[in-house]
Design a protein around this ligand. Structure first.
Ligand code: DC
Length: 224
């Protein structure tokens, strides 16, 4: 059967990565977490103490950065230069910096190129903000995931708690509001649904139900 490109976009904590990872496993596809790539850029800027609004410094950083994604059934392992940064990029301050750094053209140009190289053969599910609109506008199947803000904040809260951290619910909520606003209002590749994207509200769905829903739509579109 034809191995297509599946784009999953949507705001933070809307269920994109969990669904994408599980659907990829079900279909024998590769899952690519594009947000992790912007997070790795943010971590590199933080480590090198670069002011991300200093475009020359940011350009130098992007010329030298080496991001490598290792694929497995359990998701992506993200390498920044020679370090596994899969955990470090999940810190809340990196979430904020990733959103800010991703608004810069020099960063997006490099990341989009890499994403296109990794996805061009098909048999891939990419999740992000601009996959269906910019990275792969020709993707055969596009989803746009949404969920009410409070539910998304609750999910992030539980995720951080499970990691042994001590999150404050109100801080998470405010961070999500700020990040959604920044991601949706930026000039370059803003977070908006592609015209041909299918909207999925995951607010009332369990993870298994989300995956089942995407899978059924996939079967309708592509055949079994
Ligand atoms: O999906 P995520 O929350 O890990 O993404 C972190 C940030 O990266 C997000 O706030 C905006 C940016 N991003 C982007 O601009 N384009 C993408 N395709 C994916 C993420």
């Amino acid at each position: 059967m034809k191995r297509i490109i599946i784009a999953i976009d949507g705001p933070a904590a809307s269920g994109k990565s969990t669904s994408a990872k599980l659907l990829a496993r079900k279909l024998g596809y590769v899952y690519l977490d594009t947000g992790a790539m912007y997070r790795a850029c943010a971590l590199a800027a933080q480590q090198q103490q670069i002011n991300i609004n200093d475009i020359q410094a940011l350009s130098r950083l992007m010329e030298n950065i080496r991001i490598h994604i290792q694929f497995s059934d359990h998701g992506n392992t993200i390498w920044l230069n020679d370090d596994d940064v899969s955990e470090a990029i999940r810190e809340p301050d990196i979430s904020r910096l990733a959103s800010a750094i991703s608004a810069h053209r020099v960063v997006r140009t490099k990341m989009v190129k890499l994403q296109r190289e990794l996805g061009r053969e098909g048999g891939v599910i990419l999740d992000g903000r601009d996959i269906g609109t910019v990275v792969f506008p020709q993707a055969e199947l596009k989803f746009f995931m949404i969920a009410p803000l409070k539910i998304r904040a609750q999910r992030r809260y539980l995720e951080l708690k499970e990691k042994g951290l001590n999150p404050v619910f109100e801080d998470i909520l405010q961070d999500l509001v700020n990040r959604d606003k920044a991601d949706a209002s930026r000039a370059l590749a803003p977070l908006i649904p592609a015209e041909d994207a299918i909207e999925i509200d995951t607010g009332e769905l369990t993870i298994a139900e989300q995956v089942e829903k995407l899978y059924r739509i996939y079967l309708e579109k592509v055949g079994s």
